[in-house]
Design a protein around this ligand. Structure first.
Ligand code: ADP
Ligand code: MG
Length: 858
């Protein structure tokens, strides 16, 4: 498959790029920010609050009506700002996704940005690549194109020279060179994209879960409000007061700020991950990452550096050792002359199997272009002074199922591939198996190279060509483990996350590398793809342990492994880089693709793209995911606790038939929700990961669970509510009021201001209590989250404004507390912290007990 062209010159390409513009689809028409803002003002809750405002106006309470309107607008602005930022962050992530294309320019192969393709370029495609322009096939070898995203047809088509390929499709098999005929808006894809652009993306599972929570809470709020309205009227209260009450309850319960705060903390996490070379492709993958319990990782490039060097070659005529530096073409070969000659023949055959790979000199360094392993074979050839001859050739490219590649040229057939796939095609070669075992046990990646001289119609199919071979030898390639992989693996272990190595490589090589990086588990289980049990349940129970190695796997095995582990309740992250890894990546909860070395297909199917291909990056992303998950639970706890404290005065008032006055007004509830509470909630959403983040198994898979609800409704909420009611009643009684009596307006305002202050201060303590789910607020300390410190300072400043800055105290109905009031309100801080500490200590004891129970029974 060689075409006698040199491609465009770079000058001509630059001229055309200037003339036609970049190869990009016209940007999706973004909705106007103003429209987004309006949307925030007319969604479900907003409409509910608008209705309340109108009713308040009709009922003759204009101040309330205005206040509610202010709340809706402020809330809308706040939500808009957060979503806008989240949106922008998501877009920036998209821009980081690498989409490169290989073209021939000035006679050389070049990697360019897909956007820089121009009409007339010669585009070189290989298996797994995304076709990024429309074009005409010039030449191809076994080309099959998956057009399902354009036509819906799932069987790949096989275009031959002269036929068309289209942008947006993928190369499923083989390779081709293509003359670009249309780019950007002129491609067939552009037409289809214009049609589908209007469709809104479906809501993510996390967003759906949260939305359900919010709607349920809202319905409860309205129901409770209405019910108590009925009770109030029955108790003989004026309708207007009952109505006021209903609105108060509703507003207190509706979690207005929830959704945007969650979205923003996910977006922030996604940005943090991007900074650490991990790109999430959907925001809610952040949450799933945090819940990961099993990581299936491949070996080459992820655990190792993917810097390949041939260090040892075995041939039937003796073995040689190869020395040299990286991909430098100079080096030396030690061994008997006979063996060196044989290695020359081997290098020549191996080099022909991968014509495009080579090392390039750049800035005084030799860099690999193409698959590093193939480059290493070229380097070997260079060190032996072998040049690559042969123009006309038929190639059968590498495919992970066949695990070999071959080429038929004037000299004969040349095959390079995994030894277990090549040796059976060769005549008996004494010593080959022993040599293979010896190389693999050293952790070297082993390739077999074989040949048959002379050709007789061999170019028709690989089945026909790859037979009756003579083994030239076995190549041992070194690929050193990455530096900090051992550390990342240890961190997974301490987090209770299991790891398995899933590789296409030889079991002995895989075992040696797994041992070197500390992945191999205590029972040192090494399996082969072909030996995996047929039943999914058996497979699951066999693999569900730490440190298993599965070698010689096919993409189909990977898919089975992912689903078998999921059936055992695991949240599975699975890496993949090949053309056929798409299904496994999609099936896994978190599909992880390689940004540097993987195929476009794998990247499109993945949820997470590693820009540096590094295993440690997966672990860093899991850590950030966990931290974010914890943060969302933190501010949920914080938010809901506040709701309990806000609701209590209304319940007490209604249940006492109005004989105990309303401790806080509806306007004060609003002031709490959007005044003092806002920033601490945001700051809790920005809590950084700590040493504890990766310690211990994750105990819950869902955001809102029994533990969270118990904390809110049995511990934090009641502590805060009791303290504010106590402070309220004490101030009233000290002012001469007794139950059932009427208090003067001034006394009521002071008492009410006291209740309000107690809630604000209780929330301040609550913010620190929420910083940890297991350690008390006393122990987490004031530092560690600087943002929270600022937020708390702001909270106190806003409290002062509400209490002292006219006309706010009059409007809200709460004046500055008396001395007694201040004392009691301040007491809310230690009381909330103590209640929280006691509950945590109790839980710790209970968990400790059940742990010993369990270890006693198992
Ligand atoms: P890994 O899990 O280590 O990435 P692969 O699935 O990429 O393994 O490869 C499996 C085996 O196929 C390798 O051990 C090697 O023997 C062989 N192989 C990989 N790439 C090529 C190639 N380009 N040409 C020939 N053989 C290859
Ligand atoms: Mg690979």
């Amino acid at each position: 498959m060689t075409v006698a062209t040199t491609g465009l010159s770079s000058a001509e390409a630059a001229r055309r790029l200037h003339r036609d513009g970049p190869n990009a689809l016209p940007a999706a028409r973004r909705r106007h920010p103003l429209l987004l803002l309006v949307e925030q003002l007319v969604h479900f809750f907003a409409l509910m609050l608008w209705a309340a405002a109108v009713l308040a106006l009709v009922a003759g309470m204009p101040a309330l009506a205005v206040a509610i309107a202010v709340v809706v607008v402020l809330n809308g602005l706040f939500a808009f700002a957060q979503e806008y930022r989240a949106d922008r962050a998501a877009q920036r992530l998209g821009d980081l996704m690498p989409l490169r294309a290989t073209v021939r320019r000035d006679g050389h192969l070049r990697q360019v940005d897909a956007a820089e393709l121009v009409v007339g370029d010669e585009l070189v495609l290989e298996a797994g690549a995304r076709v990024c322009a429309d074009g005409e096939v010039l030449a191809e070898a076994g080309l099959a194109v998956d057009e399902s995203m354009l036509t819906g047809e799932s069987v790949p088509v096989r275009p031959v020279a002269g036929q068309q390929v289209h942008a947006g499709t993928y190369v499923a098999e083989g390779e081709a060179s293509v003359l670009v005929t249309a780019i950007g808006a002129h491609t067939a894809l552009a037409g289809i994209a214009a049609l589908t652009q209007e469709a809104k993306p479906p809501r993510s599972p996390l967003a759906a879960q949260l939305h359900r929570v919010v709607v349920v809470v809202a319905v409860i709020a309205v129901a409770v409000g209405t019910a108590f309205f009925g009770v109030a009227v029955l108790l003989g209260l004026p309708v207007a007061e009952g109505f006021l009450f209903a609105i108060g309850v509703t507003v207190a319960l509706v979690p207005e700020g929830l959704l945007p705060t969650v979205t923003l903390s996910l977006a922030r996490a996604a940005q943090g991950m991007a900074a650490r070379n991990a790109l999430v492709r959907r925001l809610d993958a952040v949450e799933t990452l945090g819940a990961t319990t099993f990581i299936c990782t491949d070996k080459t490039g992820t655990l190792t550096r993917n810097e390949m060097a041939v260090v040892r070659v075995w041939t039937p005529r003796g073995a040689v050792t190869v020395h040299g530096n990286g991909y430098e073409p100079t080096g030396s070969v030690d061994g008997p002359a006979e063996a060196v000659d044989q290695v020359r023949a081997l290098a020549s055959s191996a080099k022909r199997c991968s014509p495009t790979a080579h090392a390039r000199h750049h800035d005084d360094r030799w860099l690999p272009v193409g698959d590093p392993m193939e480059v290493a074979l070229h380097v070997l050839a260079a060190r032996l002074g072998v040049d690559g001859p042969s123009a006309e050739a038929v190639r059968f490219p590498f495919d992970p199922r066949r695990r070999r590649s071959s080429v038929v040229d004037l000299d004969g057939v040349h095959v390079t591939g995994a030894p277990d796939s090549v040796l059976p095609l060769c005549g008996a070669t004494p010593g080959a198996q022993e040599a293979l075992a010896g190389l693999a046990e050293r952790g070297l990646r082993v390739l077999a190279v074989a040949r048959r001289e002379g050709r007789a119609g061999d170019g028709e199919s690989w089945q026909h060509a790859e037979r009756d071979l003579e083994l030239l030898g076995l190549v041992g390639l070194q690929d050193p483990p990455r530096d900090d992989v051992a550390e990342a693996i240890a961190s997974c272990r301490s987090a209770g996350i299991r790891i398995a190595m899933i590789t296409g490589d030889h079991p002995a090589t895989a075992r040696a590398i797994a041992r070197q990086v500390g992945l191999l588990g205590p029972d040192a289980l090494v399996l082969e793809g072909a030996d995996l049990p047929a039943g999914q349940d058996e497979l699951g129970s066999l693999l569900d342990r730490d440190g298993v190695v599965v070698a010689r796997v096919t993409p189909e095995d990977k898919l089975r492994i992912a689903t078998a582990l999921q059936r055992r309740g695991h949240v599975v992250a699975m890496t993949g880089d090949g053309v056929n890894d798409g299904p496994a990546l999609r099936a896994a909860d978190i599909g992880v693709a390689m940004g540097a070395s993987g195929t476009d297909v794998a990247r499109e199917a993945a949820d997470l793209v590693l820009l540096d291909d590094h295993f440690g990056t997966i672990v860093a992303a899991v850590e950030l995911g966990r931290a974010t998950f914890a943060n969302i639970r933190r501010f949920l706890t914080y938010h809901l606790t506040d709701n309990v404290a806000e609701l209590t005065p209304f319940v007490v008032w209604a249940l006492s038939g109005g004989s105990i006055p309303l401790a806080i007004s509806v306007l004060q509830v609003l002031a709490l929700d959007i005044g003092t509470d806002l920033l601490p909630a945001l700051a809790l959403g920005a809590e950084p990961p700590t040493k504890r983040t990766m310690r211990g198994r994750l105990h819950t898979g869902s955001l809102i669970d029994g533990g969270l609800l118990r904390r809110v409704f049995l511990v934090l909420g009641p502590a805060e509510a009791v303290m504010s009611m106590l402070a309220f009643l004490a101030v009233l009684v000290a002012g001469g009021w007794s139950p059932g009596g009427t208090a003067s307006a001034a006394l009521l305002a002071t008492a009410s201001g006291t209740a309000f202050t107690a809630i604000v201060l209780g929330q301040l303590a609550n913010a620190y209590a929420c910083r940890s789910a297991s350690r008390s607020g006393f122990r987490v300390g004031l530092r560690g989250n600087r943002l929270l410190l600022w937020a708390v300072a702001f909270e106190l400043a806003v409290l002062a404004v509400f209490l002292f800055l006219p006309p706010l105290p009059e409007l809200l109905g709460g004046h500055a507390p008396s001395a007694l009031g201040w004392g009691l309100a301040l007491a809310a801080v230690p009381v909330v912290l103590l209640a929280d500490a006691a509950a945590k200590a109790f839980l710790a004891r209970k968990v400790g007990l059940t742990r010993t129970d369990r270890s006693a029974t198992t």
